[in-house]
Design a protein around this ligand. Sequence first.
Ligand SMILES: NC(=O)c1ccc[n+]([C@@H]2O[C@H](COP(=O)([O-])OP(=O)(O)OC[C@H]3O[C@@H](n4cnc5c(N)ncnc54)[C@H](OP(=O)(O)O)[C@@H]3O)[C@@H](O)[C@H]2O)c1
Length: 401
Amino acid sequence: MATAVVTGATGILGKEIVRELSEDSNRWRKVYALSRSKADQYPEHVEHAHLDLTSSARDMAKELQHIDPEYIFFSAYLANEDPDEATRINGEMLENFLESFVINRKERRLKRIVLVCGLKHYGVHLGNPKQPMEEDDPWIPEPPAPSNFYYRQQRSLQKFCTRHEIPWNVTYSNEVLGYAKGNFMNLATTIALYAAVHAEIGETLPFPGPEVGYTSFDCFTSSRLHAQFCNWVVHEPRARNQAFNTVNGDIESWQNLWPKFAEYFGLRVPADQFSGSAPDQSDKPMGDQAPITFVAAKMGLNAKEIKPNKLRQRIDLKRWSQRPEVQDTWKNLASRHGLDEDALDRATWDFAAFVLGRDFGLVANMNKARALGWTGYKDSWENFQEVFAELAEGKVIPPRT
Ligand SMILES: NC(=O)c1ccc[n+]([C@@H]2O[C@H](COP(=O)([O-])OP(=O)(O)OC[C@H]3O[C@@H](n4cnc5c(N)ncnc54)[C@H](OP(=O)(O)O)[C@@H]3O)[C@@H](O)[C@H]2O)c1
């Protein structure tokens, strides 16, 4: 039976890794859950330890003297809007954390290190990538693209693992669906808040993004399925030293999901919702160059003819959330159902705008993992419904009527 350490243990992805390992007690004898805050009650063989990953390797080594894991799942993340700062902070967090094992002379016990990343690896935050995204696609050159913290983390991981002969894995998730208490960085929460207010003041649920995004495909990652993937990948010898897309494996689009959301919240999609002028439009440029342009020549496309992408909202979500009638409606809802009055202010509207406002779709395939025997799968609509139910139970959104 093995021992593991999970960083980012209170995060939307890390929390589920802790849960998955703790429930699989035939394989995992001891699980150390690390974060600055402690949010969960854990079973007996899970031990929480406080750790600030922004401290030095030496300070972390002191804090971690008592732990002796064989497997590391690195799922911590510190957001920063400046790409260079995000790269420095998240790069150093991983590098210093790994180095603390060398200081404590515990690196020799390590059998596998898993680093949790996402589809921003393919530059989806900069614009349209080559699709479907596959793990062997070339990395985007930086410069001209801005620095990508996943690249620094992956390079550092591979260097460390080569030096100490430890196998590694990296996961690439997208639009994570899960529930972490008190964590509003969650697409399902934002959509549910948007729908709950609409259900209170009207009968329709307008899609806030552009028609082109609505009619394209998107892919999602269940945080639970991702955790199961992590548990599978470290036990699959053929998967050593490889990165994997980790999405649900179904085929989904907003045109398919949005009417289901509307019905779930007692609403309908407005007829002909993309015609006419947008009620509160905002356009935000993405990268100077869409990622697909870097491989255009190989694909027989003309890079010069590919326009940079934009986030196009027909209803600017942030401004919508601050409208007085929206705020008042939410406050009434919150006091009626005992919910958080500040939920609208805490919700991550910018992240929702990034997902719903894209003027392109996103498809990552699971071929590589499937070829090695991974059979995990999740229906994304079922996934949304489960998270909505958890959010209602956790008193984040009103109960379903
Ligand atoms: N959420 C998504 O939709 C999504 C999609 C694709 C990829 N990803 C990637 O998945 C990875 C994990 O993200 P997530 O969404 O699960 O993150 P998250 O929910 O924001 O959680 C971040 C975790 O990191 C911990 N953390 C932050 N700063 C720390 C510090 N200085 N020291 C120790 N722990 C610290 C936090 O705990 P404390 O604050 O308690 O310390 C928390 O447990 C990231 O690389 C992210 O880019 C996420």
